[in-house]
Design a protein around this ligand. Sequence first.
Ligand code: ATP
Ligand code: MG
Length: 333
Amino acid sequence: LHRIFSGIQPTGNLTLGNYLGAIRNWVTLQHEFECIYCVVDQHALTVGPEPSALREATRQVAAALIACGIDPQKNVLFNQSQNPDHTELAWYFNCVARMGWLNRMTQFKEKAGKNRENASTGLFVYPNLMAADILAYRATHVPVGEDQKQHLELARDIAIKFNNDWKVEDFFPVVEPQILGEATRVMSLRDGTAKMSKSDPSDMSRINLTDDADTIAKKIKKAKTDPENLPTEKAGFEGRPEAQNLVTIYAALTGTTVDQALADIGGSQFGAFKQKLADAAVAHLSPITTEMNRLLEDRAEIDRLLVKGGERARALSAPVLKDVRETLGLVTG
Ligand code: ATP
Ligand code: MG
């Protein structure tokens, strides 16, 4: 059995990193498998967004997913808060996961920063909710970017411990991450050692799916580089994370591998290469942006789609939650 679940947070505009690392794979997988795709609005609450910004970002992300080619009829597409089974299961997982497991999560360390005492407890237990998002549907495969690998290992540990502790063999599947494609970790345009993120305070660090052609060209032109020309083979990326990042993005956008891209553009000066990269990014993203803006003209329709998706989602998770409550010894009448 193969069931796919993945989620994305409405913490801002979607970036090229989200697109190449996740969404593009979601689009491919929908043709072969049963897929559940979720705008995880309750995860976004861990960083305290303004209500109006959260509402708007949720609709924007939903529109972007549809504009990228996710079919809301074929797949289950909804926002997390429409199905309270996620948060209920997350509570049970709070009682399964160990403090030590969560203490090792690098995303928490990065997002909490120096002032850890002041981070929300939600940010700390976020991976438990993420495990619940997936396991509420007994999903088996989770297409994500490289940065989510550690959280998926935690989801596996939770599934295994739950199955063992309550002696329910194979109750939850041990989920498999699917980290696919050439660009599984797109880096910031300002710093080749930091991940491109939609919540990065600097807009110049990322390409948003909503950026117009001029903005994309400007951001790529200003992207950090080094004084050398592009290397001619992969080994030449040693100590040159910015060059590696830009070439990886170029390869992913033009549907080739990094090796093949270097055979083509290796040795070029950054100026000429950046022009090519900007053209490739614009060619790829501008149809998505146009479609997204069209969809956003009817926000009520987006809301209707999300509500419908939420109902379908809950129909899938309800029998799982019923089993969970019985297994745990909760009296359900
Ligand atoms: P935030 O900064 O709020 O965490 P984000 O850009 O990291 O936002 P998420 O909603 O956390 O986005 O992640 C959605 C999906 O996009 C996940 O599968 C994640 O692995 C993937 N992803 C996020 N950033 C990148 C990136 N830079 N490269 C490749 N994949 C990415
Ligand atoms: Mg993230």
